[in-house]
Design a protein around this ligand. Structure first.
Ligand code: ZN
Ligand code: ZN
Length: 346
């Protein structure tokens, strides 16, 4: 075991505080990683604040992890000391079910082991990336191509794959009229990745406040959803809509923006159920779906794609003791577009 510094949540209402946690010694198939950067995902905040149920406090969150291999177990073949690697939302899965066998560990029938607040193989609770080191089975470690800086690579491990996977699944290409709802941490990756795949990207945002950013990041069009005219104007004009907003929307309005056979994909996971009428779906054979991160092979494909196409998130690197202020700013939508903790300051 080794003891490492970390920032932990201790209750729904207290700020995160500096503490130490234990990391296991690497087993035969484990990779030990010195964490260099950890992105701040909205899920971290939901979990830390007990908004998705009461977690196992004290809890270290963080599942956008980029670092350098510091040691490997005797049976590890994929990585060696010094390699640049990442860890995303999962650190294990059953490996036996049809999803796992298909490389869809994120949809493991027995439930993947998530990077924090999950029961690990050894019965301990997993602790995430706001910490100096982590030990992970090599099959859940991703290779970060050398051309991607580690600070910018970190948010790809959750925000990047969350958008990449549905874009690939619904075959985004130059023939795709794509709309991204919301231009935040997730949405801005949808714009960049969609544009890199050749799609004609539109942003549907509450206001035109971030229009300049949206167009700079690769969108062709930018619309305000506070303007009712937008829904009239854009009726039946998209093939694929990715909803990154975690607030409840009037889905009927958005589904109606799909052309025949179009699909709206839920990525933002609102807390409360949303209503949808059958008519907007039936009248144009439209589909409503959802997607949750991506499997390990696809996550690697995403990192390689981002390196090849020079797609990286817009980030603001912060020192570790700024994390509580960063949370406040995320909640106030005052970040363009992802905070990344410099773990050397921890
Ligand atoms: Zn996340
Ligand atoms: Zn499985």
């Amino acid at each position: 075991m080794s003891t490492v510094s970390a920032y932990a949540a201790t209750s729904a209402t207290e700020p995160l505080t500096k503490t130490t946690i234990e990391r296991r010694d690497p087993g035969p198939s484990d990779v030990a990683i010195d964490i260099k950067f950890a992105g701040i995902c909205h899920s971290d905040i939901h979990t830390a604040k007990s908004e998705w149920g009461v977690p196992n406090y004290p809890l270290v969150v963080g599942h956008e992890i980029a670092g350098v291999v510091s040691a490997v177990g005797s049976e590890v073949t994929k990585y060696k000391v010094g390699d640049h690697v990442g860890v995303g939302c999962m650190v294990n899965s059953c490996g036996q079910c049809s999803s796992c066998k298909a490389g869809l560990e994120n949809y493991c029938k027995r439930g993947a082991t998530f990077t924090y607040n999950a029961v690990d193989r050894d019965g301990t609770i997993t602790q995430g990336g706001y910490s100096q080191a982590i030990v992970v089975d090599e099959n859940f470690v991703l290779r970060i191509p050398d051309s991607l800086p580690l600070d910018k690579a970190a948010p790809l491990l959750c925000a990047g794959i969350t958008l990449f996977s549905p874009l690939r699944h619904w075959k985004a290409s130059k023939d795709t009229r794509l709309a991204v709802i919301g231009l935040g941490g997730l949405g801005h990756m949808g714009v960049k990745l969609g544009a890199a795949m050749g799609a004609e990207v539109s942003v549907l945002s509450q206001s035109l406040k971030k229009m300049e950013d949206g167009l700079r990041l690769g969108a062709k069009h930018y619309y305000a959803t506070s303007d009712r005219g937008t829904f009239k104007q854009l009726r039946s004009s998209f093939d694929l809509i990715l909803n990154t907003v975690s607030a409840n929307l009037k889905l009927d309005d958005y589904v109606s923006l799909l052309d025949v056979d179009g699909t709206l994909v839920e990525l933002g996971i609102p807390e409360h159920p949303m209503q949808i009428g059958a008519f907007p779906l039936a009248l144009a054979r439209r589909s409503l779906s959802g997607s949750n991160i991506g499997g390990i092979p696809e996550t690697q494909e995403m990192l390689d794609f981002c390196a090849e196409h020079d797609v990286t998130p817009e980030i603001e690197v912060i020192e570790a003791d700024y994390v509580n202020e960063a949370y406040e700013r995320v909640l106030a939508s005052d970040v363009r577009y992802r905070f990344v903790i410099d773990i050397s300051t921890l």
